[in-house]
Design a protein around this ligand. Sequence first.
Ligand code: ADP
Ligand code: MG
Length: 231
Amino acid sequence: IRTELGHVERLTLVGQMAAGITHEIRNPMAVVCGFLQLMREKSPGELDSYYQIVMDELDRANGIINDFLSLAQSRISDKEEVQLHLIIEELGPLIWADANLRGQSVELSLNPSLPLLKLNVREIKQLILNLARNGMEAMEAKGVLTLETRMNGNKVELMIKDTGSGIPQDKLGNLFAPFFTTKSHGTGLGLPLCLSIAERHNGTIKVDSVSGRGTVFTVAFPFEAEENRAG
Ligand code: ADP
Ligand code: MG
C-alpha cells in the first residue's frame, strides 16, 4: 500500500489549517481556564496535580503553535552540506532514550558514504524525530524501530521502519491531512509538518504499511552531483 502527496495537495492542506488551528488551540486553553477556576477553591495539596495539568496543556498549545508556524514557513533559511548519517547519529541518544522507556529497541543501518545533501539540519532533525516518535507510538514493548539510509537511483533515502500496528488502508489517504490523528493526545500536525519539510528540500515521503505488521516511511532526497564537488 503506497501513497504519495504532491505539492498541490499540500497547499490545499495548509489552507485547511487556518480553520483547524483555532479549534485546536481553544481546547487546551479551555482546559487551562477550567482548572484555574477550580484552583481558586482548592487546598494547596490538591493544587500540585492541577498545576501539572495546566502546564501540560500550555505546553501542548505551544507545541501546536510551533508546528503550525514551521508548517506555514515556506522557505529554508539555513541549508548546509551535511551527511545524513551524521544527523541521525546525533539524534541517536534522544531516540534511544525514548524507546528505552517504552521497552523498545532501535536499530541503525546507516550508509556512511552517501553523497552530501544540502539540508536545514534543524528541520531534518524535526522530521526524523516526528517519524521516529510515530513509529514508537505505534508499537508495543519489544517493538523494533529501524532507521536506515541508502542510495536508490539518484535519490538518497531515509527509511524509518516500525514493527507496530500498521495503518489500515482506509486511513492512508488521511495521514498527511492537518489534525488527522487516531491518538487521544495527538495533534495530527506531525506528518503534515514532515511532508512540508521534505518538500522544502525537494524531497518526497512515501508510506508502505501492512496492518498488524508495521510501517515504513521513506523520505527521498534528490541528490545533485554538483553538491558533491570537492571544496
Ligand atoms: P499524531 O502523531 O499527533 O497523531 P501525526 O500527523 O504524526 O499526528 O500522525 C497522524 C496519524 O497517522 C496518527 O495518529 C496515526 O494514526 C497515523 N500514523 C502515523 N505514523 C504511524 C505509524 N508509524 N504507524 C501507525 N500509524 C501511524
Ligand atoms: Mg505524530
